[in-house]
Design a protein around this ligand. Sequence first.
Ligand code: ZN
Ligand code: ZN
Length: 487
Amino acid sequence: MPLPIEGQEGLTARTRDHFSRIIPLMTDTSTAKSIAASAIDARSEGLIALSKDIWDHPEPGFREHRTAQVTADFMREIGLAARENIAITGVIARINTGRPGPHVAIMGELDSLIVPEHRDADSASGAVHVCGHNIQIGNMLAAAVGLSQPEVLATLSGSISFMAVPAEEYIEIEFREGLREAGELEFLAGKQEFIRLGELDDVDISLLTHVETSELTALRPAVSLNGMIAKRVRFIGRSAHAGGSPELGINALNAANLAMQGIHAQRETFKDDDHVRVHPILTRGGAAVSSVPANVTMEMFVRAATVEAMEDAAAKVDRALKAGAMAVGATVEISTSPGYLPAKFHEGLGELYDEVVTDLIGKSGVGRMPHRTSSTDMGDVSQIMPTIHPYVGGARGRNHSDDFDITDWDLDVIDAGKAMANTTIELLGNGAVRGREIADNFDAPLSISEYLAVVRGYQATEKWSGSSPSLLGDRKGSGPQIPFSFS
Ligand SMILES: [Zn+2]
Ligand SMILES: [Zn+2]
């Protein structure tokens, strides 16, 4: 991958001046790490204060305008040139060392969740950071502080991008579909949009540190996560007086109830190793209790560990939805969207990260998170480049819930930031030998163009009549275009 050699692209003039004045040092990686650590320690109060400030001002995906501003301001304060408004709210700062080598992306996620029951939830929106993404912006910026030190950069080859990415949580689907209709985005998640916009075209390796709800002092890469397909469903019935003449109506709520029973009846067919999770919610159950419900809507995720299992479960779900419609003679509209691809993280990169963590906090902090049945758009990134997604302890309660809390800000922001900085020093130090080895030997399951074809293939809408199914079946969308498989 060719890199420009004009040098230090992405640094502001002040930092560039300073950088050009120092003679490239023959610093070994351990000296570079200790310079980075000292710089991070010197700013630790500010980094933790910023992470707490983001906790206090939560914003859900594609609405993170204030969070993005805080992030960009901090980047500029430490001498980086920040590009803003990427995929609506994303921010990227890139440093080019001026020497050829891989391009490493250190990511953090900008968005909050919505859990109104949490004590710190925003009173108007219900937004709250109960997935801990606020600490990710802190640890990504901590890594930026360490790696942007001229004495550290002088020892590295290649490029580093610090990416604040919008919208990891796949929520507010109607709002995001509105953004899509307005032409502001195509996919409903931030990293998918970054990929579509070409922001990851020349990135070779990516890292992101997520919090886990445990109070262990540990930084443990995940092995794999489920992928996910999202569905929005509408049952269309016929309204009538619910007491006086229900025989004239078609009850769309009964169709939805039967569909959910049909989905439950599939569960014995899901193989244990596929880790299938199907979880629907009803978003509209009727309009007035005296009228037969004629417009009932649902949203659901169909998750599984492999693409094959995701597609198998999704086909069974569609069958169950149609069975519900057919039983009462309703019509069902099924809108399917690409969720996330299954995540498969890079073991060699994980082992390099383990070395760094052992140095930083000791062997007791090393480990692996076994397969997780949640999903993330880092899964999509993991299908196109070597990626790790370590989990850091220092939180308690249940994730995505009313009792989630960050308990160890030092671990989550400062140590996690140092771990990503040191991993990058290992990858890009010594002429980037280790980074090249990982990037060059990676056999990507998908190229970026194949990836885009696959996720676009999941986009489909279907309208199906349960009263005359053979006449009205009308599916738009062709299914995934590239046959591929993951184990
Ligand atoms: Zn989450
Ligand atoms: Zn999360």
